[in-house]
Structure formats: structure tokens, C-alpha cells
Write a protein that binds this ligand. Sequence first.
Ligand SMILES: [Zn+2]
Length: 208
Amino acid sequence: MLLHIDEETILDLVTLISGENGEKIVRFLLKKPGITDEELSQLTHLDIKEVRKILHKLNESGILYYDLAREKDTGHRIFKWYISQEQAIGFILTNMRKILDRLEERLEYEKNHQFYWCGTQGCRKLPFEEAMDHLFKCPTCRKPLQLIDNEQTIRALEEKINEVKRHLEQLSKVKKIEETEKPEAKAPSKQKESSKTTKTKTATTVKK
Ligand SMILES: [Zn+2]
């Protein structure tokens, strides 16, 4: 295989696509290719439905694929999961660009809006218009809403955007290397012929 993405890059991308739970799952998958969703659920202590949701999301992104088997006694379907190294890059590139677009949209939004928050963990931060609609009281806990400084969010977003851009750059390089390393199709050998074609030049007349 000409192409190899290192494990950390895969994990970074998985985190971007499916969050920390996705990363947890793929860590186990890297250690044990062919692992089942049930095993992953036990190892990660995540609900089986959540595990399946993440696995299918990563499957749609082309990062994972599965083999379908049947249990001998019960006939139950068993999904065995694998990381799809070869296919990953193209799909990842597509997804990374989407993620990058979304992050940049979010950054613009953060830069152009003021946010209000009650200070309670778990409560939502509201943009000005919405805060006004709620008369500057949190719709969840009813505490007064106060203007918050989203400078930190903006900085975090900018960092994330740079990170994704770096990954994209690296992956583009890997992809280019892969393309150039592909053996070229050999042309059938034939006797040497002298080129008889002469290029015709088109003369243009300019009227003055
Ligand atoms: Zn609140």
C-alpha cells in the first residue's frame, strides 16, 4: 500500500466528524480490526445505539466499513468493523472541506453577534435578538441574561480552523504523492516513427 495515514491523524479527523465518542470508538477499532458494535459498546461504556449511530456516520464518511456475518446458533446479524485506509483520504478531504466551511460560517456568526448567558452550566447562550425576545431572562432557568465576551470562542474557532487547514494541506500532499507514485500504464511497444506532423501556425491579420 502506497498510502498510509497515521493513527493520530485518523483520530483527529474522527473527532472532528463524530466528536469524542467517535474517537473513543475508533481507538478500540485501531487496536482490534473486526471488532463488533456490541464489543465496542462494552469497552467504551457507550450505549449501543450511540455506538451504532457513530459507526454508521463514519461509514458514510468512508472512514469505516463493515463485514456482515451471521451468528451460527441464533442467525443474528453481526457487524464487524474495520478502518478503510485506502478510501479514507478522498472522503476525508471532502468532509474536511465541509467541516471547514461550517467552522468558518460559525466564526463569522460569532464575530457578528453578541451573546447573552445566564451563567448556568448547560444553559444555552442566546444571540441578542433572542435574548431580547425573552426580556433578558434565561428561557431555561429564568436567571437574568448578561452579555458575554465571546472572544474565547472566537479564538478557539480560529485555532480549530487553522488545524483543519493544516490537515487538509497535509492530506492534499499525501494524495498528490499517491497519485504520482501510481505506475503509469505502459504504452504498447511499437516501432519508432518519426513525427511527420508539423504544427500549423495561424496568422492573424490586424487591420488598422
Ligand atoms: Zn439559564
